[in-house]
Design a protein around this ligand. Structure first.
Ligand SMILES: Cc1ncc(COP(=O)(O)O)c(C=O)c1O
Length: 422
């Protein structure tokens, strides 16, 4: 057989669903796609087809990246700052991050304890990759941010989900943590302020959790990416600031996506003890070689420049938060059990709608409801099942007031018939 024919024959054999499945390893087969990205993708696709969708699914600020960051990037390009950098990030940025942590978070780090990555997602990924051996358990409270359990699984660990509910204000109770710890437990992950519930942990509760972590020698992965978005006087306390022992066992994760509206630039970081930082830097050296040189300069300029845009974004979000709370509280079928004090989401309970129908479709769970809202009301939200909390939906208020008003009007109209007695 001629070589070209042979290759064609092989290609035909490879390109079958069974073969493709065989090609994938167990890790790939265990993966679940990111439901928030999937919903955002669906909404964006409909928008590109000219369908008028209000997208309240997305976890990104609608504001523009601050001019300080843009100028930093433009200057970097003009100065040909376009080569590989140190894999853990450029020294000036790591130093500026260490100073930020000292100034704002009251915890001291040296620049070589900071590792800069392609978004906080990669920072979390690096953390689990250097922490976990096969079978190591990681305690994650539900409702959780969608990617924590997946990342733990990819890194070979076992996520141990501890449910929380409105009775504890969606906070992980110390007794619940204690009850979940086994001889295999290696780490605890906290999202504070929380995506998706918007809760902000107080110092006392953090101390109680840290004390248990110390007793069982756990590493605390403290995802603080929403720390600058808190409201009503709530203060985001950094776990690592609680004391020298806690600092040693904590990996603080943060990034530029939310506070500086830089989601597409991909810039995040960890602050940790030096051994972990070294391991993550080495890991990164073999995976991405570090974040983009231009993005790093943009982040440096954002950190060193005026923080006015962060303050004004926070104020806008607070106004939208109050609006979202008032709308959610008045739409029959949605129940806001806990008022959010941080991040930019409301997380109402929707269980009262289960068993009812929208436009002839029976709503048997938060996924059906989200799909019905997208297809019938043209509003994208994320089903709570994505966060391990199937009786809720997540609505992002990181959208303009115009979009928020329209989105809530649509939800209200779609749900109104369900509120009528049968
Ligand atoms: C809780 C939480 N952690 C981490 C991230 C990842 O952020 P980044 O864009 O920096 O990768 C997000 C983004 O949605 C988030 O909500």
């Amino acid at each position: 057989m001629a070589r070209a024919d042979l290759f064609r024959a092989f290609a035909g054999r490879i390109n079958t669903p069974q073969n493709i499945k065989r090609m994938l390893n167990q890790r790939a087969k265990n993966l679940s796609p990111s439901p928030t990205m999937a919903m955002d993708g669906k909404a964006k696709k409909l928008l590109s087809q000219g369908v008028d969708v209000v997208n309240l699914s997305v976890g990104e600020p609608d504001q523009d990246t601050p001019d300080t960051a843009k100028s930093g990037a433009l200057q970097a390009i003009a100065a040909n700052f376009t080569k590989y950098t140190a894999s853990a990030g450029i020294a000036e940025l790591r130093e500026a991050i260490a100073q930020k942590l000292s100034r704002e978070n009251h915890v001291e780090y040296a620049a070589d304890e900071i590792v800069v990555s392609n978004g906080a997602k990669q920072s979390l990924f690096n953390t689990f990759m250097v922490l976990l051996d096969p079978g190591d358990e990681v305690v994650i409270q539900a409702p959780y941010w969608v990617s924590y359990p997946e990342m733990v699984k990819i890194a070979g660990g076992t996520p141990v989900i501890v449910a929380t509910d409105a009775r504890s204000g969606f906070e992980l109770e110390p007794e619940a943590l204690e009850g979940a710890v086994t001889a295999k437990t290696k780490a605890l992950v906290l999202s504070n302020p929380s995506n998706p519930t918007g809760i902000v942990y107080g110092r006392e509760k953090l101390l109680a959790l840290a004390e248990i972590a110390a007793r069982h020698d756990l590493t605390i992965v403290s995802d603080e990416i929403y720390e600058r978005l808190t409201y009503d006087g709530a203060e985001a306390v950094s776990m690592a600031a609680l004391g020298p022992d806690v600092r040693e066992r904590t990996v603080t994760v943060n990034g530029f996506s939310k506070a500086f509206a830089m989601t597409g630039w991909r810039l995040g970081y960890t602050a940790s003890n030096r051994q972990l930082a070294k391991a993550m830097s080495e890991l990164q050296g073999h995976s991405t070689s570090g974040p983009s040189s231009v993005t790093q300069k943009a982040g440096l300029a954002a950190l060193l420049g005026s923080q006015e845009s962060v303050a004004s974004m926070r104020e806008q979000f607070d106004e939208r938060r109050r609006y979202a709370i008032s709308r959610v509280s008045s739409i029959p079928g949605l129940e806001l059990e806990v008022e959010p004090k941080g991040a930019f989401y409301v997380f109402p309970k929707v269980g009262a709608l289960f068993g009812k129908s929208i436009a002839g479709r029976t709503i048997s769970g938060s996924e059906d409801l989200s799909m019905a809202l997208l297809e019938e009301a043209r509003v994208a939200v994320v089903p709570g099942s994505a966060f391990g909390s199937p009786d809720h939906i997540r609505i992002s208020y990181a959208a303009s007031m115009k979009h928020l008003r329209e989105g809530f009007d649509r939800i209200e109209r779609a749900l109104a018939p369900l509120a009528q007695p049968a």
